[in-house]
Design a protein around this ligand. Sequence first.
Ligand code: N01
Length: 621
Amino acid sequence: MHWLDTIGGDIAMDFRANPATLANAIPRAIEENGSTMIADTTAITARRERAAEVGTVFDAVVVGAGFAGMYMLHRLRGLGFSARVFEAGSGVGGTWYWNRYPGARCDVESMQYSFSFSEKLDQEWNWSEKYAPQPEILSYANHVADRFDLRRHIVFDTRVIAATFDEAAKGWLIQTDRGDKVAAKFCIMAVGCLSAPNRPNFRGLDDFRGPIYHTGEWPHQGVDFTGLRVGVVGTGSSAIQSIPIIAQQASALTVFQRTATWSVPAWNEKLTPEYLQAAKADYPALRAKARARPTGFYFPFNTKPALEANPDDREQQYEEAWARGGLPFLGAYGDLLFEKAANDTIADFARRKIRGIVKDPVTADLLCPDNVFGCKRLCVDTGYFETYNLPHVKLVDISRTPIERFTADGIEVDGVEYRLDAVVCATGFAAMTGSFDKITITGRAGLTLSEKWRAGPRAYLGIASAGFPNLFMITGPGSPSVLASMIQAIEQHVDWLADCMGHMRDIGAASIEPLAEDEDAWVEHVNEVSKVSLRSTCSSWYVGSNMPGRPRVFMPYIGGFPIYVQKCNEVMTGGFSGFVLEGAPVGNAAPEVRYTERWRVPLDIDVISPAAVAARRVPVV
Ligand code: N01
């Protein structure tokens, strides 16, 4: 296939009809490997002209100053690129800036939920708890911003509202809600996977006299629920973390549950100086072990199948895993997310735990999920189920009879009004694609990304999308993202992108864009691999079905972090195979690898995991 066939629109048509157009328009047109390539010099001239029009031109604009945007800025500056980050919030931290609800904390251990690119940073920072609370993670983000002097290139309180591809300049025109218009060669979306709050349009919302909060947009000054009758809608991770704390303040707490949730105790604890010292002494080894794991973070993993264990041993194994707590509970056996019969054994164990904690049998029954254990994102709690033993806490089942409406004084379900002073919507997010939809991103031939993704997101490696040259996504759909430890997933993408952009500069490439056929094959692969896992079998935000009207597509890549990284490395070594590099005199040449080297880790294939299972059953394309 000729590369022109991979792009749509007038320009491709024009070039095909009249090749002279191309030669006239481009001072340095080079024929190589059957491809016509456009030198970056023309694009640079066009970008300079655009700079005169719009005011400022950068090598790269980054959207968002969460962990992804911060690290991207650091790498861009390290390469000598000019860059600007636009951030809607007043500070850095992204998800940890916005999600300030009571009890918010990370459920990946803090020693691993942090940047790994700087050994000095690893050694300097001291986490106080096994699972860091939101204020501490935000302090860490601020520390990183100060330590690496990031703020001077971040524009806060400014939301990007549009990004438009400029064909002549091979770059992007970016507009903000404050009237800025800037041009850049690269536009990098560091917009977060869970950053567009889902606010269900319940009937009568405006009638309610009290305040309505969303966990993902929590007031900075905090909320005091003392003495109030509070309603919480939703029982996902945010609800499970906040409910026990809200219950300590509220005079009455009513939880509206549509789907019961699996949750495992965190057994959070303070980290002692001795623990920190020992962990830091071996930090590089811990980081390396984490990179080799399907989830991008390390925890003990029993590779044996649950179904081969005798029932007594299995019970013992689950007890020990429950006593360790947290997400590693799913590592009790290797087949739990692949064999329904195996999953039934852990689900049965967890249901017995819930019934053992919750005293009222009717409430306990309602709290026992009937879906696959760990199908939706597993929750990790501190005292969640115990909270329902408190006399002022009530659970309302809305699985069969949804919330009818909000009234002036509360919420009505099945003809019953629950009187409330305040409501907390812990209703989650338009996951993976919602943050992209908030920006009008217009690529070649006027096609917007939202239009292209109407039937589900399409991105090569979750990094870039055909028709949108020089537009990159950090942890976009089709990459491990939310199924890996987010900061490791972010770092791997940023390092890859930094090497990619450095290479483009080295060889004078004007633009990079996935080939449609490689993108299609990757999207198909992401879809095929998801079918290997039981996680594809239930409704969840992984498949977009937490909100009405969204297409049902399994969005993150479930083949495991190391296998994905291996694929990215191969693409890079192959001179960005699957991508078209316009203007590169040497075509798809192998790049100089500056940052990606640390991600070349051997596969821990013994760990039976999505990675291993998928690798055996579904060859990576
Ligand atoms: O959101 P969710 P979340 N009427 O989508 C319910 C990460 N996170 O903010 O299950 C009534 O999980 C919905 O019901 P159902 C983590 O990855 C991480 O809690 O769709 N109910 C569900 O119960 C997590 O998975 C941490 O039937 C409605 C709830 O609202 C992700 O963020 C902490 C409804 C939403 O649960 C999202 O978690 C917190 C409606 N119309 C979050 N619409 C860490 O510790 C939705 N619901 C790292």
